[in-house]
Ligand binder design. Structure first.
Ligand code: FPP
Length: 229
């Protein structure tokens, strides 16, 4: 969800937080449109490990926006059968954030139409480092021998273990990079880049991305004839 700061600047607002505040409206629209389309898994990169290095004022504002959004949207999530989930280094978040997240996670735990995952204090290298540490400890304790470690074993240790690999990754604001996001999981994901800044992202933008996705041929290393057969 990139481009909040540039969007605020374009509106002649010096305050980047104005962009983030409007970004939450795009979050709402995207969740609603995804749910209506029957998307089963929606994962939003809301705050990266690297985002902690932003000015303290902006970090605090983002944490407060998160708490406010959770409070405002909890009932909507419940009514729309959406389960809230998180990935990332949750203990590093302020206590008030963790508590609000836990409340909504508990509230929506039995919902099953869509899993909405927020990546918070998340980075892929951090996640993979944690997996490597865990598996190294299991080897040291004799729980597994290195020869038996395979892709499935690694998948089951990722924070995304209950999610399928993403079919489509959308990045807004014209930047064409991955920024430490789900590096293992997006091995065969279709990538979609749009110049639209995140606060301007809405259902139409989502449809455009999905229509584009529908024109792709996902070969997973095979040849076209095999896929058609
Ligand atoms: C990137 O734009 C955006 C973020 C780091 C924060 C995303 C947060 C929200 C959309 C609001 C809160 C989220 C939830 C789930 C309630 P940027 O600040 O890097 O923009 P720039 O590249 O134009 O400066």
């Amino acid at each position: 969800m990139d481009g909040n700061g540039r969007w605020a600047k374009k509106q002649n607002f010096k305050d980047r937080v104005f962009g983030h505040r409007n970004g939450t409206k795009a979050v709402r629209k995207t969740i609603e449109a995804s749910r209506e389309l029957g998307v089963r898994f929606l994962t939003l990169y809301a705050f990266s490990t690297e985002n902690w290095s932003r000015p303290k004022f902006e970090v605090n504002a983002l944490m407060e926006l998160l708490i406010k959004s959770l409070k405002d949207e909890a009932e909507q999530l419940l009514e729309n059968n959406i389960r809230l989930n998180t990935i990332g280094d949750l203990p590093s978040l302020p206590r008030a954030c963790r508590e609000e997240l836990q409340k909504v996670i508990d509230l929506t735990k039995d919902n099953d139409a869509m899993i909405l995952t927020l990546a918070l204090s998340y980075s892929s290298r951090w996640e993979l480092t944690e997996v490597v540490k865990g598996i190294a400890a299991e080897v040291a304790e004799g729980i597994i021998v290195p020869d038996n470690i395979n892709e499935q074993y690694i998948n089951q240790r990722l924070m995304t273990k209950e999610l399928p690999d993403p079919e489509l990754l959308i990045r807004t604001s014209g930047e064409q990079r991955i920024s430490n996001y789900l590096l293992w999981q997006i091995a065969y994901t279709e990538l979609y880049f749009t110049d639209t800044l995140w606060p301007d992202f809405d259902e139409e933008e989502l449809y455009k991305a999905i229509v584009d996705y529908q024109s792709r041929e996902r070969r997973f290393g095979k040849i076209s004839d095999q896929i058609k057969a």
